[in-house]
Ligand binder design. Structure first.
Ligand SMILES: [Mg+2]
Length: 310
């Protein structure tokens, strides 16, 4: 596990207004981690909110404004950076100083002059914990069987995209899909084959969307969902039809399907404009797609049904 975590190449950001302190810490840690440096609080915040945020920050307290306390306060107030652990490294060593640092959300406190072995061990412990937490977070958002994002991940994303669409005045589409007569498939071929079928369908439909922001997830059982930001109703209808056709074209035998001799998909699609549909919310978009899916089932399955616009 440990080698695996190191292989991930964790990054440590060193923040100190004294270049000699940065040099000493960099010398101590650069064999084990990728090192970023900042000689001021503003630069530290810029790096932490940038494209390659660190896994851990070693933060000096006494610096020209913003000082270490203020940098820590801002890091912990920003959702983008609040999960990055902060260790204060400082010459201040009173109990009050330490309490204040920990109160602000720092995970640890190292006093200068630092002891190399202790500093290295503390850094390693906090990095290990951060990487394990990150790995668990990733696992908790993924469906184990298909490798697709799971319901929790999709619901989080739906809320984020809803707010983005509200700000940008763009449409948001949602597609709900359900494999037809899947219970009969499991009864006929067994649950192992049923899992195989779910994986095949998952892989096929995940390859359908072309935009970077599109997401296909397993929503539960034999149900899948796709979130299509910035896609209007005709566009969503076309993608939904490709989900249906792609699944049918897999040609997976389904002898007891009452719809077709192969595995098929029923699809419901809904589009909303969050900026103008003031009464709508993410739940109402999901409900509309769900109702359309139900209508596709009722209408004979292996088909796409569009929800009425609001
Ligand atoms: Mg200083």
């Amino acid at each position: 596990m440990r080698d695996e975590l190191i292989a991930h190449e964790a990054t440590v950001l060193l923040v100190d207004d004294e270049p000699t302190n940065i040099q000493a810490l960099a010398h101590l840690l650069r064999g084990d981690y990728h090192i970023q440096v900042a000689t001021g609080g503003a630069k530290a915040l810029e790096i932490a909110t940038g494209d390659t945020p660190p896994d851990l920050i070693l933060l000096d307290i006494v610096m020209p404004e913003p000082d270490g306390y203020e940098v820590c306060r801002q890091l912990k107030a920003d959702p983008r950076t609040q999960d990055i652990p902060v260790i204060f490294v400082t010459g201040r060593n009173t109990t009050e100083d330490e309490e204040r640092g920990l109160d602000l959300g720092a995970v640890d406190y190292i006093t200068k002059p630092f002891t190399p072995t202790i500093t290295r061990t503390r850094v390693r412990n906090h990095i290990d914990l951060k990487l394990k937490t990150d790995a668990l977070e990733r696992l908790s958002l993924r469906d184990g069987l298909t490798g697709l994002p799971n319901r929790r991940a999709l619901d989080q994303r739906l809320t984020e995209e809803w707010h983005r669409a509200q700000r940008d005045g763009t449409p948001l589409s949602l597609v709900m899909m359900d494999i037809d007569h899947f219970k009969a498939y499991n009864d006929d071929y067994g649950h192992g084959a049923g899992d195989g079928c779910l994986r095949r369908v998952a892989r096929a439909i995940a390859a359908v969307p072309t935009r970077k922001a599109d997401r296909v997830a397993r929503y539960g059982g034999e149900e899948f969902i796709a979130l299509l930001p910035g896609t209007d109703a005709p566009g969503a209808r076309a993608v939904a039809e490709r989900f249906r056709a792609t699944t049918a074209e897999l040609g997976l035998s389904h002898a007891r399907s009452l719809t077709s001799a192969t595995v098929t998909l029923s699809v419901g699609v809904a589009t909303r404009a969050p900026a103008s549909d003031r009464a709508a919310d993410p739940g109402s978009l999901r409900d509309a797609a769900d109702a359309a899916l139900y209508a596709a089932k009722e209408g004979g399955r292996n088909r796409v049904v569009e929800a009425d616009p609001i």
